[in-house]
Write a protein that binds this ligand. Structure first.
Ligand code: SF4
Length: 332
């Protein structure tokens, strides 16, 4: 899965670097000055790298937590995101990371303490306010857990910050460390979902929807709160029947009381990013589908988008309270 490991010299003695290297005993790391030397190089081939990605262990400098757009949230007064990792094990057709980065290598920022300090500071500044921290913007929050130990580190941090909510956004069926810990109230495990048949075609390398639902069921039985993320909503023949079946499958397995929130988001790409995605995925049926330029975005026609969001919102209301629905259609 990992081609070559690179390590920034400045963190070669970091305890997390040492323990990650131990799990790759046959790999000899190459030491570099800054991750950007490799990661930001021009004229890299994202698609070729995706088959043989390198792992770059780095230290994140500058700001560690960032504000999300105003239209983005799941019920808290303030919303931020943080990225301990760039890139993802999976390879979804619509993934904007392919259009955003020139490299498909995994960058893992091992200095979790810096993220943690900024989160604690922010909670101090916003004393008494509810704040959500989204962790799965530049990666999948759980898929790399066996290597990163990200969730293992951050659950105890959030346990000490009851007004802060951590969203782990994932398509992974990774159960550890969640099943071996008692659930905490201020963490939501948010699963990205779409009809089975569509996911098979465009959520490349990601676990099937059946497996994701199965894991949601296990975690809800354990007492974890589950988020349902239908972002992007995908249009196609029989989409109404497909989404109806998907919701029915989910709610047969996951009890209503375990649902923290659900969100819908339209399929949308910034114009320039869309051009890069088409170049990288010329065969993609999704990208060559009925998309149109609206303002600065490539997206479905307004009436299609409106119909899909309304249909799905009405449908899910028959399973879960409307108060759990949030708008997360903003772009970062
Ligand atoms: S799971 Fe998310 S981050 Fe990973 S490839 Fe798919 S869309 Fe991108």
């Amino acid at each position: 899965m990992i081609n070559q490991i690179f390590v920034e010299r400045e963190i070669e003695n970091h305890h997390r670097v040492k323990s990650i290297l131990k799990s790759f005993p046959s790999s000899t790391p190459i030491y570099i000055d800054k991750y950007g030397e490799l990661f930001n190089k021009k004229k890299q081939n994202f698609r070729v790298q995706k088959s043989f990605p390198n792992l770059i262990l780095a230290s994140k400098n500058g700001k560690h937590i960032l504000q999300v757009p105003k239209s983005f949230g799941i019920g808290s007064s303030y919303n931020f995101y943080f990225s301990h990792m760039y890139n993802c094990l999976y390879d979804c057709d619509y993934c904007f990371l392919q259009g955003m980065y020139s490299s498909a290598d995994f960058v893992l920022f091992v200095n979790y303490d810096k993220f943690e300090n900024e989160i604690r500071q922010k909670m101090e500044e916003l004393k008494g306010e509810s704040v959500t921290f989204f962790s799965g913007y530049d990666c999948d929050s759980l898929a790399f857990e066996k290597i990163s130990g990200f969730v293992e580190h951050f659950l105890p941090v959030f346990e000490e910050l009851p007004n802060a909510l951590l969203e782990l956004r994932t398509k992974s069926i990774q159960l550890q460390p969640l099943v071996s810990k008692s659930p905490i109230e201020n963490c939501v495990i948010a699963y990205s979902l779409m009809p089975h048949i569509i996911a098979k075609q465009i959520d490349r390398k990601a676990p099937s929807i059946e497996k994701r639902i199965n894991v949601m069921e296990k975690l809800s039985k354990k007492g974890w709160q589950i988020g349902l993320r239908f972002d992007p909503l995908i249009f196609g023949k029989d989409w109404k029947a497909m989404y109806s079946n998907l919701f029915s499958d989910i709610f047969q397995s996951v009890p209503k009381k375990s649902i923290h929130s659900f969100t819908f988001g339209p399929l949308r790409f910034p114009k320039e990013m869309f051009k890069s995605l088409i170049k990288l995925n010329p065969e993609s049926k999704l990208l060559s589908g009925p998309l149109t330029l609206r303002g600065t975005k490539m997206t479905y026609k307004a009436e299609v988008e409106f119909e899909m969001i309304n249909f799905c919102t009405d449908l899910i209301k028959s399973y879960a309270p409307e108060a759990l629905a949030f708008n997360c259609s903003g772009d970062f």
